[in-house]
Design a protein around this ligand. Structure first.
Ligand SMILES: Nc1nc2c(ncn2[C@@H]2O[C@H](COP(=O)(O)OP(=O)(O)OP(=O)(O)O)[C@@H](O)[C@H]2O)c(=O)[nH]1
Ligand SMILES: [Mg+2]
Length: 261
């Protein structure tokens, strides 16, 4: 519990046998539920996670590999069923600094935002920590995501370190979330269409010596292009449909259509 509210952390994991125990150990003690979603790993990720014995730990396993977005969706459904008021995502590759979690939770727990995401570019020496391929790719995708979603002040669209309120989880609709790389962009587009208030919080970029990634240029370019194009078309359609009408109340918990849409 933090500020009297129930907190869950979703940990998507695919072949992270060497990092999953460290990731689980790093989750702060105030977190009530740690939901590890093993995405049909070929190694002992699930077994090692289950052995960690952390209070509030659950390990869910996909029968086949479905992608990082699908793994997070599985975790989101479970967090909602457990009654979590705020649900964070901390990937199983230990790339999220637990010291940043309280700041990331703060705007959601106080009710100031529906969804908070990390922004590694707001960290002073980000350009030194992040590999140049990630840095450049992320700048381009962040600008395109702004255009597609309408959140004009957000950056670092690809940062997976996030916190969602209960209402935001409903708006995201985990059942239809984009399953693979491209899920963060899809998620921001869904939140924008629902009028959710999204804020950036500075977080530390973590790219240690053991860093490896499942991201390959061609496995991300096509899915993310598709997601962004679809988001842009839907945004324009929503805007056209609301043309000349007053901002309406949104069903699902958000007070008003965001003025940034
Ligand atoms: N690659 C990959 N990762 C998955 C999958 N399902 C779950 N994951 C987890 O998703 C998290 C993010 O994966 P990464 O490939 O490292 O992507 P990233 O951390 O966003 O990007 P990098 O900056 O390149 O490290 C990791 O914890 C993975 O274990 C999957 O099908 N493929
Ligand atoms: Mg990674």
């Amino acid at each position: 519990m933090l500020r009297g509210q129930r907190i869950a952390v979703v940990v998507p994991a695919f072949n992270e046998a060497d990092k999953i125990a460290r990731t689980i150990r790093s989750v702060p003690g105030f977190v009530d539920h740690v939901i590890v979603v093993d995405d049909a790993s070929g190694d002992s990720t699930a077994r090692i996670a289950a052995r960690s014995g952390r209070r509030g730990l659950e390990v869910l396993s996909h029968a086949t590999n479905r992608g990082v977005g699908a793994a997070i969706a599985t975790g989101y459904r479970r967090a909602a069923a457990l009654g979590a008021q705020a649900t964070a995502v901390m990937a199983g590759d230990a790339q999220m600094d637990p010291a940043d979690l309280p700041q990331l939770l703060a705007p959601v727990l106080s009710g100031a935002a529906d969804y908070a995401k990390g922004n590694r570019f707001a960290w002073s020496d980000c350009w030194r920590q992040m590999p140049w391929s990630r840095y450049l790719g992320n700048v381009v995708l962040s600008l395109l995501t702004r255009l597609a979603c309408g959140y004009g002040t957000l950056f670092d669209s690809q940062c997976g370190y996030t916190v969602a309120s209960r209402a935001a989880l409903q708006a995201i609709d985990p059942d239809t979330m984009f399953a693979r790389y491209g899920y963060p962009n899809d998620l921001l587009a869904r939140l924008a269409r629902a009028g959710a208030r999204v804020v950036d919080v500075p977080v530390r970029p973590v790219y240690g010596p053991g860093w490896r990634s499942g991201i390959r240029v061609w496995t991300v370019v096509y899915p993310i292009s598709f997601v962004l194009l679809r988001a842009l078309v839907l945004r324009l359609l929503v805007r056209y449909a609301r043309w000349g009408t007053k901002p309406a109340r949104i069903v699902g918990g958000f007070p008003r259509v965001s003025s940034s849409i």
